[in-house]
Design a protein around this ligand. Structure first.
Ligand SMILES: NC(=O)c1ccc[n+]([C@@H]2O[C@H](COP(=O)([O-])OP(=O)(O)OC[C@H]3O[C@@H](n4cnc5c(N)ncnc54)[C@H](OP(=O)(O)O)[C@@H]3O)[C@@H](O)[C@H]2O)c1
Length: 239
């Protein structure tokens, strides 16, 4: 659990897993800043989380929004980046424009945001980036998602070296059953992919948002964890 009053910035904190991380940090007494696309929307979501939460506009596809939002302001103890651009493309029907946007958000955008925030990070600060188990557990159509998530693991290790003593880690959830995207899918009825994954997973249980929050907080907090990729997949890659 991050220390009360520590300042945590969540890029992607305007919805889904990022928003739940921001809410949990606020409940723990942290000073919270969330970022997503649209100043008004980010401010509105921030207000809905609670008093003192700040919302800022960052579009990881737009350099002009990244520097101004991150370079100046109070020191940052913890930086979390969850943002992703969702796409549906396959190798056979490859959508180059969508693929480039995803690369812009998750590979260039993540590093650009860390770079912009550097003046506000302290030697004791920590960073958590979001990858995903698709990096090594692919499914048909996951080529671009698997590629960028693998890239996030790579940048985590290089940044842990380059930015030392700042700690940099990433987290690779498997399918997060109660995340909004999967709730929407499951609202349409039972899903064979979800059922098959749950049956195959050694724990017989898929990751939940509370597991992701606990994992992020452990990475932010534990001063001995550095340069790792925390896989929250119930051990599915073992079988
Ligand atoms: N959910 C899962 O089952 C699961 C499984 C494995 C890994 N993950 C990883 O966990 C992370 C979060 O997943 P999620 O399910 O919470 O995703 P999500 O529901 O798609 O939310 C994505 C977030 O990214 C932000 N975003 C999108 N494009 C952006 C841009 N150009 N600039 C800045 N922010 C942008 C969105 O905010 P705005 O719309 O306000 O900009 C939104 O808050 C992702 O990196 C994903 O790869 C998720």
């Amino acid at each position: 659990m991050p220390a009360p009053k520590s300042h945590i910035v969540v890029i992607g904190g305007t919805s889904a897993l990022g928003l739940d991380i921001a809410k949990a940090a606020h409940a723990a007494g942290c000073q919270v800043t969330i970022a997503g696309r649209g100043a008004e929307r980010a401010a509105g979501v921030a207000t809905s989380i609670g008093a003192g939460v700040t919302g800022v506009h960052i579009d990881l596809e737009d350099s002009a929004s990244i520097g101004p939002a991150l370079r100046e302001g109070p020191p940052i103890d913890h930086l979390v980046i969850t943002a992703i651009m969702r796409l549906a493309t396959t190798v056979k029907d490859f959508n180059v424009k969508e693929a480039e946007r995803l690369v812009r958000v998750k590979l260039v955008g993540y590093v650009e945001a860390v770079s912009a925030a550097l003046p506000r990070l302290k030697p004791t600060s920590s960073i958590v980036l979001f990858a995903g188990v698709s990096k090594s557990n692919p499914y048909p159509g996951s080529t671009m998602i698997s590629t960028v998530n693998g890239g996030v693991v790579g940048m985590t290790k290089t940044m842990a070296v380059e930015l030392a003593p700042i700690r940099v880690n990433c987290i690779s959830p498997g399918l997060v059953l109660d995340s909004p995207i999967w709730k929407t899918i499951l609202a349409k009825g039972p899903n064979p992919v979800v059922d098959a994954m749950a049956a195959k997973t050694p724990t017989k249980r898929l990751a939940m948002t509370e597991d992701v929050i606990a994992g992020v907080f452990a990475l932010l907090d534990n001063k001995a964890i550095n340069g790792i990729d925390l896989e929250l997949d119930g051990g599915i890659q073992l079988v």
